[in-house]
Design a protein around this ligand. Sequence first.
Ligand code: ZN
Ligand code: ZN
Length: 280
Amino acid sequence: MGRTKTIVPRTSTDRMLFLLMVVGIPFAVLWLGFVILPHYHDSVNSVVVMHIVSASFILYNIFHNMFLVIRTDASGRTSYLPSVLKPGWRYCAICQVNYPPRSYHCHVCEECILKRDHHCKFTGCCIGYHNHRYFLVGVWYIFIGALYGICYQWEYVQSTINLHGIYFFLSLLAPHFALLFGAISLWGVLVATLHTLALATLFMTGYLLVLQLWAILRGQTQYEMKHNIHDYNLSVKQNIIDVLGRRWKIAWLSPIISSPLKGDGINFRKANEYEPPKDI
Ligand SMILES: [Zn+2]
Ligand SMILES: [Zn+2]
């Protein structure tokens, strides 16, 4: 209790993945800005400015959201938790506190998390009721950033590797073999490796987004999805509001947009008690 939340993750695996993210993403932006962009443009023009503004917007959203994922207290430490065990609640013997439904203890974070979704190894902390919005939007912008980078450098990658059909895709998958056979240069190996990493990021975040949206739209956490629990599925709109907050239509544009959550992370309406509002 009362532990100060630090930015640096606690386990070595989490620290490695965190480092990969905080170094890898700025490196990708520098690569696009100082290697790819000068290949297409000789001077600064309106198209260059548009790319700089778009990339800055995506980069800002990734890091501010991820910062808030880490800094937001997802545990129930600051909430009022009763000393009497209510129906549906459970006692956590490690935290020695009664916790509400949907809360679970994380053995990495060493605390119980309100409406626990999962432990994110890239930020080294748990995703729960209070920081779910920042996680979802942060992953969305990583996905968009990877897609942006892949499309933007596509022409450069094709002209550098200069192979066609199956040989082009094989050189992306195993550039060192292509180098051994003299099909591509050492620079080509670097270009192919970075492009493959960007593709891997795109598929990984795309898969994560599908899993997240599949659960969120049905009012579930990842745990509830795995265990087929549908108790909190109110309506698609209410389920989105429960994650993104009251201003869900614009909350994804920037983490500085205030979008308060309707609940407290402790009390949840159940689907069988819910009556859809006539007007929100
Ligand atoms: Zn606990
Ligand atoms: Zn955790």
